[in-house]
Write a protein that binds this ligand. Structure first.
Ligand SMILES: Nc1ncnc2c1ncn2[C@@H]1O[C@H](COP(=O)(O)OP(=O)(O)OP(=O)(O)O)[C@@H](O)[C@H]1O
Ligand SMILES: [Mg+2]
Length: 457
């Protein structure tokens, strides 16, 4: 199945071409001039354009240039009268697939169309492959929950099962969704994302299903929706719990029947789309509050994947840091190779309310701003959640030990620990221990007595 747009000012040619293409079960659109044709391209999914080189308003060559500029993977077959054959030759130089002379040979046009459509499919696939390779993001982590997520992805990616991804802000839900698409049979087709929270309630249906010209105030021209764009591929409904109840009802129907109508149209569109949804809300609570349809929840939640917060998988933090630093080295001229053990402790201790995204931003910021090879705890603390960090949250074993004591008590306890340590280090030689503490031996004797330190010989 492919969609062909015929742009020709002669109604007779449009009718003939429509008939022969429809006989071959192509879906055919037509336009009487270039302006209409370009509008059509914006509102429909088109795989091939058959374009008359001699047109009123904008000429065929200009239409061709516009098509190649905006939709480089769409192929264009030029048709021309004998008188305009030089224009047709020029068109091929500008990227047309081929040209045909009138009167049209129906056999030839069908063969050409078939080849051009195959070429379009190849180009689209190639483009999609390139973008997936470029965008390939590794999912880092060896913690149990991440291992389980990777396993679930591998088990379910190849199926058509709908997947509901839940988890806090910045935990990596979108990364999971893209990974599923990449590992699915649909990987060479489109991955289309809709952020349901970012679209006003009044526009969400038109965004998802498209609309007809004049379907509502502001609908100045026809537009295709995300479901159509995702045909053959994956549709990622991000922040799905933020969708209005009326949009939820429509999405439920599409999921059940894989068919829908554009806003303001009676015509039913069929699509083949795999759906992955995500939310950072507590969806059971949203159902209880009447904000989310339970039946839609059951439909979406065939394979549930929950991505835990950063603080539930602290053992992944060092791996993630290493990965983000490596990524930074690829794109920036940074000197940092890592964090000091004390800095790492402070980072692991921090509660990461913005999860992996916050950790990534943090690593990027520190490595750009600091010139240290090994980033110190002081530098790390300066950048850690600069707008969020609660000092008592940064635990330090030393502080933990003293934090419940009064100052004099803490000071004495600290002095006693230090003296003991220095004495042991110097094998209980008073003179050397005093020297390394910077006090007189007599003074040290006094303190040993005061703190009742046992002198081992
Ligand atoms: N396990 C991981 N390994 C490597 N990078 C990760 C990992 N998890 C998340 N990231 C990175 O952290 C950032 C945030 O991830 P993502 O956008 O997938 O989160 P999200 O859960 O969709 O967030 P939100 O709820 O805000 O939409 C991205 O840059 C992503 O590449
Ligand atoms: Mg997201």
């Amino acid at each position: 199945m492919a969609n062909i747009l015929v742009i020709d000012d002669e109604p007779g040619i449009r009718t003939v071409l429509r008939d022969i293409f429809e006989d071959e079960s192509y879906r055919v659109y037509d336009a009487g001039d270039g302006i209409q044709g370009l509008e059509m391209l914006a509102s429909e999914i088109i795989h091939l354009v058959v374009l008359d080189v001699w047109l009123p308003n904008i000429g065929g060559i200009d239409v061709l240039k516009k098509i190649k500029e905006e939709y480089p993977e769409i192929e264009v077959i030029i048709i021309s009268g004998h008188a305009n054959i030089d224009l047709a030759v020029k068109a091929v130089k500008f990227g047309a697939f081929d040209f045909l002379e009138k009167p049209l040979s129906l056999d030839k046009i069908l063969t050409l169309a078939r080849n051009a459509i195959a070429m379009n499919a190849l180009k689209t696939e190639n483009k999609q492959l390139k973008s997936t390779v470029l965008a390939e993001e590794k999912m880092i982590g060896e913690s149990e929950p991440i291992k389980l997520i990777k396993k679930t992805i591998n088990q379910s990616a190849g199926s058509e099962a709908k997947i509901l991804i839940t988890g806090d802000n910045g935990t990596g839900k979108e990364l999971v969704a893209r990974d599923i698409h990449r590992k699915s049979q649909r990987s060479t087709r489109a991955f289309i994302e809709v952020n349901c929270a970012a679209i006003p309630d009044t526009l969400i249906e038109s965004e998802l299903f498209g609309h007809e010209k004049g379907a509502f105030t502001g609908a100045l021209s026809k537009r295709k929706g995300k479901f159509e764009s995702a045909d053959g591929g994956t549709l990622f409904l991000d922040e799905v719990a933020d969708m209005s109840l009326s949009a939820q009802a429509k999405v439920l129907r599409v999921i059940q029947e894989m068919r829908f109508e554009r806003v303001g149209s009676e015509e039913t569109q069929k699509v083949d789309v795999r759906i992955i949804a995500a939310t950072n809300k507590d969806i059971k609570q949203e159902i209880a509050d009447g904000n989310f349809r339970e039946d839609l929840y059951f439909r979406l939640n065939v394979v549930p994947i929950h991505v835990p917060t950063m603080s539930e998988r602290k053992e992944d933090i060092p791996l993630l840091i290493e990965h983000f630093i490596e990524e930074m080295h690829k794109s920036e001229n940074i000197s940092a190779s890592g964090f000091s053990p004390a800095a790492l402790d402070a980072i692991i201790e921090y509660r990461w309310p913005g999860n992996v995204r916050e950790l990534k931003n943090f690593v990027e910021r520190v490595t750009i701003m600091s010139e240290e090879d090994v980033i110190s705890v002081e530098t790390a603390l300066k950048f850690l959640g600069s707008n969020d960090v609660k000092p008592e949250k940064i635990s330090n074993p030393l502080i933990d030990k003293f934090s419940k004591m009064k100052l004099t008590e803490a000071r004495d306890e600290f002095e006693r620990m230090l003296l003991l340590h220095k004495l042991e280090e110097n094998e209980y030689n008073i003179t050397r221990a005093a020297q390394s503490l910077g006090i007189y031996p007599s003074n040290l004797h006094g303190k040993i007595k005061k703190f009742d330190i046992e002198i081992k010989k």
